[in-house]
Design a protein around this ligand. Structure first.
Ligand code: MG
Length: 250
């Protein structure tokens, strides 16, 4: 348990639950590029119009590859993205069986590939941040829409695995954010009241999940959403996770 200073807010917390993409690692670097490569990998079953329609479906800018913070890719797990892209392909005239097969084989092969070091940019020195928060007595958790294997590999690459007590992922049998279920599971597993937990994330879904769980919600503008989008839902909005400072331990 620790007293924290986050912008102008002073908060007492026992648990900090972080989102992963856009909060701990650069979001656009991974997912904008992956989405573009995944659509390209569909090859000849996608014409130019369907190529653009699939990027629109995911909320990815056709020209810049920038990901819309309020869009599908920024907020939902792989199975939901698959379902919406399948619908887009069927509406464009691709036979349903072929669309499903191609998405599973080619598209998912890119989207769900193991994290690569060169596409994964950590947002600042996470090892220092996490060890400082742990030393102050905080427990740490992660709730992400990404798959479990990719998430654990990412935490290992970031050299923070030892500090993270609980991880809930998009392919776990837990309702995705904005449901509070993942956060509540972590709080229960660590025997912490959700009111004594922070939820830190870069999207509206993160803030809605945190709010529904009863957490103090910290929006970070290092990812998919800007301050105006987060401010409606967050208790405090900061540039990055590195604006969470330990005041003193309880
Ligand atoms: Mg995120």
């Amino acid at each position: 348990m620790a007293h924290l200073q986050i912008a102008d807010a002073r908060v007492y917390a026992e648990l900090a639950v972080f989102d992963k993409d856009g909060t701990l690692i650069d979001f656009h670097g991974v997912w904008g590029g992956r989405a573009q490569r995944a659509v390209a990998a569909l090859g000849d079953c996608v014409d130019a119009a369907l190529h653009d329609a699939l990027l629109d479906t995911m909320g990815v800018d056709r020209d810049t590859g920038r990901v819309d913070g309020q869009g599908l890719l920024a907020q939902f797990p792989h199975d939901v993205i698959h379902a919406h892209c399948l619908q887009t392909m069927i509406e464009a005239g691709v036979p349903p069986n072929r669309a499903d097969r191609e998405l599973r084989a080619r598209f998912a092969g890119v989207m769900r590939a193991p994290p690569q070091r060169d596409e994964m940019l950590a947002i600042g020195d996470l090892r220092a941040l996490f060890s400082g928060l742990r030393a102050a007595g905080l427990r740490l958790g992660i709730v992400t829409t990404d798959d479990r294997d990719a998430t654990l590999q990412t935490l290992s690459m970031l050299q923070v695995s030892e500090h993270v007590a609980q991880v809930v992922c998009g392919n776990d049998p837990v309702a995705a954010k904005p449901s509070p279920e993942g956060i509540l599971r972590i709080a229960a597993a660590l025997d912490v009241l959700p009111q004594h937990a922070l939820m830190i994330g870069d999207t509206a879904a993160d803030m809605r999940a945190g709010r529904a769980a009863g957490c103090f919600c910290v929006g970070v503008t290092s990812g998919a959403c800007d301050a105006a989008q987060l401010r409606e839902l967050a208790d405090v909005v900061v540039n990055s996770v590195h604006e969470i400072h330990v005041l003193r331990t309880a």
